[in-house]
Design a protein around this ligand. Structure first.
Ligand code: ADP
Length: 625
């Protein structure tokens, strides 16, 4: 069976439908779940980051405030107001020891000269780093920076020392070590990637878990900076100074230009969402896989049977009935469809067979008709030839008859006028007989070639047979052949030419006598014969002439009624031919049956239907063609 290609077959459509039905709700739910989870996580992480930033900023702010307060207390003390280095030394050393965060404390005179510094030697290194407070900005806080030896990060606070006269007596500058507080601030528990750092308003790192970045790197060009200082979107991810997508929060440290930034890697924050996405993807893949199962089931139970049915229909269209007889054990609708289709195929097959038989029969009939037609054509051609031959022969016979008649008349006149010597009387008589025989033959032939018009009369069959018997009886007796006549009473009258029909019967009887052996017998039987052709019924008077002679060879039977066909040495071959034509002219037919060695039967059938129609006609006056 030819394999058919289906561009988008039912199976694929069903699969797509199942996928659509299964995946659409799943897709919608997944989409909203992910969106919701992302929103939740974003909010929760952002809020957590903000809390951390706020905590860290406030912790740092409070600590710086404490340091400022410390210095203001120190600056307001009477020891410092005296600007006496010797008095200051024990006090400031004490302060430095009690507050471990002060790396150095220095006191400057208003003109910038170092009055005192602890530890000793700090002045030479750090005096230049101290900022000068002014009236407008009495307390100056420096940025956090690495101390010159780059071992620690520090910032400086400069506070004016108020004099007793109300003027500035000097300046106290403290270098504050930030290590302890910053390490506390920078330490955050934000997963593996979360970090907290401090930047100034230019974006330079003031504190960072990696000391190398402090004051060395700037985040001004990164999205972190824009997000921090240029009002970035809260709850939006951005690319930080390391090029990593992060979520972040910031908080300005009160009383400073510093900002605490807390950031966490977006991937880490959203790890749970990513896991959710992976699960959803797995579910989708599983759904796609499981969509094949109903598709396969549908294909097995519906698509395949339908496909097989469609192929069977194609086979049916091609006339391959055996292939179209599909079978199934199913008892559902598909089974019913198969059974109905199978019944239809069987009926079509039966009908096709009966058509084929009818066609074969018609073909045989056509062949037979063709053979008959050819035979008829041959017979017509032969008749044509015979007719031409007959015309020629008739011409010749006519030409011979005239001088023959003259010869006969001459001999008759000679006989009457001259006495013929006795030794020639016998020869003369033989000559006259031969001339008479020739004349009779020529006349018979001319009668056949151009038959005279029939003279119709009502003929009684018994009489017709009786007349013929009168002529043949002497010869029968002579050759000791018995003739049996069987003509029943009550046969209808025949309408026909008495002479022609008499000659027909006579011819058959003469032939039968010639065929019958000495001591044999001849049978003449007449009967009423009934025939039905289609809706028409017809009655015939049938006369059979049967002899028990040698019979006729099978190959001679078809030519029996042809003119000039004879097997006799002195025969003319015209007797049966003339008889056949005469019977035909009466609307009847003549047949011969013979079994070589057992005899021959000639049958003449004359229709009786004309009898009634012609009953009122006068004898001898009606002619028909
Ligand atoms: P003819 O008798 O002159 O030969 P017919 O036409 O009467 O011409 O007969 C033609 C031929 O038919 C005969 O030569 C003969 O061979 C055959 N024939 C006719 N009647 C019989 C018969 N009863 N038995 C055998 N042969 C017959």
């Amino acid at each position: 069976m030819e394999k058919r290609v289906y561009p988008v077959n039912l199976q694929i459509k069903v699969m797509l439908l199942f996928l659509l039905l299964g995946l659409m709700p799943l897709g919608v739910v997944s989409f909203f779940s992910i969106r919701t989870a992302e929103g939740l996580i974003m909010r929760s992480v952002t809020s957590h980051l903000e809390d951390v930033a706020t905590d860290k900023a406030s912790l740092l702010g409070r600590w710086i405030l404490e340091r400022k307060a410390d210095l203001q207390v120190v600056a307001g003390s009477s020891v410092l107001k005296s600007m006496d280095a010797e008095r200051m030394a024990p006090y400031l050393d004490l302060v430095r020891q009690n507050y471990a965060v002060y790396e150095s404390l220095m006191v400057f005179s208003p003109d910038g000269r170092v009055v005192f510094s602890t530890p000793p030697g700090a002045d030479s290194i750090e005096a230049a780093e101290c900022l000068q407070p002014s009236e407008s900005e009495p307390l100056i806080l420096s940025d956090i920076e690495l101390e010159p030896r780059r071992r620690k990060s520090v910032f400086r606070i400069s506070v004016p020392v108020p004099g007793n006269d109300g003027n500035t007596a000097g300046i106290v500058c403290a270098t504050v070590g930030t290590e302890a507080i910053l390490s506390m601030i920078l330490k955050v528990s934000l997963g593996e990637t979360g970090e907290c750092y401090l930047v100034n308003r230019e974006g330079t790192f003031l504190a960072h878990k990696e000391p190398d970045r402090i004051l060395a790197e700037n985040i001004a060009l990164s999205e972190s900076f824009r997000n921090i200082f240029n009002g970035g979107n809260r709850g939006a991810t951005y690319i930080d100074y390391r090029g990593i997508e992060v979520l972040g929060a910031l908080k300005r440290v009160e009383g400073t230009e510093w900002t605490v930034v807390v950031e966490q890697d977006r991937d880490e924050a959203f790890r749970i969402v990513d896991r959710l996405k992976r699960y959803i993807l797995l579910v989708i893949v599983f759904s796609v896989g499981s969509a094949f199962m109903p598709a396969w089931l549908f294909s097995y139970y519906v698509v395949n049977p339908v496909r097989r049915l469609s192929m069977a229909a194609e086979c049916l269209a091609r006339g391959e009935f055996e292939k179209a007889l599909v079978k199934t054990d199913r008892s559902d609708e598909i089974g019913t469809l198969y059974n109905a289709f199978g019944d239809m195929a069987r009926q079509l097959q039966a009908r096709q067979h009966s058509f084929e038989r009818a066609v074969t029969l018609r073909e045989a009939e056509l062949k037979e008709t063709d053979v008959r037609l050819k035979k008829t054509q041959l017979a017509a051609a032969r008749s044509e030839q015979l007719a031409a031959l007959g015309r020629l022969a008739a011409g010749v016979a006519h030409e011979i008859r005239t001088p023959l008649t003259s010869l006969k008349l001459f001999l008759e006149s000679v006989e009457s006028e001259i006495e013929i010597s006795p030794e020639y009387v016998e020869d003369f008589r033989v000559a006259m007989d031969q001339i008479g025989r020739m004349e009779a033959t020529i006349n018979r032939f001319l009668d056949y070639a151009k038959p005279r018009d029939p003279i119709l009369s009502r003929i009684e069959v018994g009489q017709l047979v009786h007349d013929a018997m009168l002529i043949v009886k002497p010869r029968a007796r002579q050759q000791e052949t018995s003739v049996h006549v069987d003509v029943p009473e009550g046969l209808p009258l025949l309408l026909g030419d008495r002479r022609q029909l008499g000659e027909v019967l006579l011819n058959l009887l003469v032939n039968a006598l010639e065929a019958a052996a000495a001591g044999g017998s001849i049978h003449i039987a007449a009967s009423l014969h009934h025939e039905e052709t289609g809706n028409e019924a017809q009655e015939f008077v049938r006369i059979d002439v049967r002899d028990e002679g040698p019979g006729i060879a099978a190959e001679d039977l078809p030519r029996l009624f042809d003119p000039f066909f004879t097997t006799k040495r002195t025969g003319t071959g015209l007797g049966l031919s003339i008889a056949y034509s005469a019977v035909k002219r009466h609307g009847g037919r003549m047949t011969a049956r013979s079994v070589p060695g057992s005899g021959t039967t000639f049958s003449v059938l004359i229709p009786v239907s004309l009898t009634g129609a012609m009953e009122m006609e006068t004898d001898g006056k009606n002619t028909y063609s």
